[in-house]
Design a binder for this molecule. Structure first.
Ligand SMILES: [Zn+2]
Length: 262
């Protein structure tokens, strides 16, 4: 699903949108106040953009989506497999105030009106919600995070700490680099199940991170029909999405947001 608000464009998952108590979105680079080398709706504070522009972009997303701006919470992502449970005391860290949350690539919370965000360019953003247990998660799963199955770890925390049942979890795998464009060397490809890797005639390898993460979520007990893969490749759609493979050092970051409303 695509939603236009002014010149800004948001993408949504139909599966997650069916959960009444949850708000979510995947941002694009369209609209926003960033200018210069990184233009558009950049949400990354660490990619060379003016911090005031980034903050204003967060304000725009909050206004468009009905998120409390001052409570948007992010970790410092480092392609780790570390997940943190976010409490009310953490609200606003990483966006509106200083944060001690280092090396955190997944966030889980049961606190209402506390929007979680992970940012990404080609890496895979995954949003999870269990309405019955009242718990949500946002996960940044690049190829390293996929190999270490960070999405499965998030489900484990939802189960163990919040009594979530995987059959009640709905999941969205957001825009990210598709198998069409994720060409890797053998040193990366060899870390994946052979079924997820395709070798072309030139001896180049292509890895399917969407299917890899879907397999991880299914292995965790999430039903196939509750997993929504948006199937939007950041490289193929670099006119509206930031892609590290395309924009190199001038890549902004998009945000995958999720919030419990009650
Ligand atoms: Zn592609």
């Amino acid at each position: 699903m695509k939603i236009d608000i002014d010149e800004r464009v948001y993408l949504k998952s139909k599966v997650l949108d069916s959960v009444d108590s949850v708000k979510h979105c995947f941002t694009t680079k369209c609209g926003g106040v960033s200018s210069g080398k990184i233009s558009g709706l950049n949400l990354g504070f660490r990619c060379g953009d003016n911090p005031d522009s980034v903050t204003e972009n967060y304000r725009l997303v909050a206004k468009d989506m009905g998120f409390p701006f001052e409570r948007i919470t992010a970790g410092r992502q480092t392609h780790s497999a570390n997940i943190r449970i976010i409490t009310n005391e953490d609200a606003g860290k990483g966006v509106n105030r200083e944060s001690e949350m280092q090396d955190i690539d997944g966030l889980v919370t049961d606190v209402a009106n506390l929007p979680l965000v992970v940012f990404y360019a080609d890496c895979v953003p995954i949003l999870l919600a269990d309405e019955k247990a009242g718990v949500i998660a946002a996960v940044h799963s690049g190829w390293r995070g996929t190999v270490s199955e960070i999405a499965g770890k998030a489900v484990e925390i939802m189960k163990n700490e919040f009594s979530s049942r995987p059959e009640n979890i709905k999941a969205a795998i957001g825009p990210s680099i598709g198998k069409c464009c994720f060409e890797t060397g053998w040193e990366v490809a060899s870390q994946f199940d052979a079924a997820l890797v395709e070798e072309n005639d030139d001896g180049k390898f292509f890895v399917d991170l969407w299917e890899a993460n879907k397999m991880i979520l299914k292995k965790s007990g999430i039903k196939e029909e509750n997993i929504d893969v948006l199937e939007i490749c950041t490289v193929c759609n670099s006119d509206m999405l930031y892609s590290y493979r395309v924009h190199k050092d001038d890549t902004g970051r998009m945000g995958a947001f999720i919030m419990l409303e009650k």
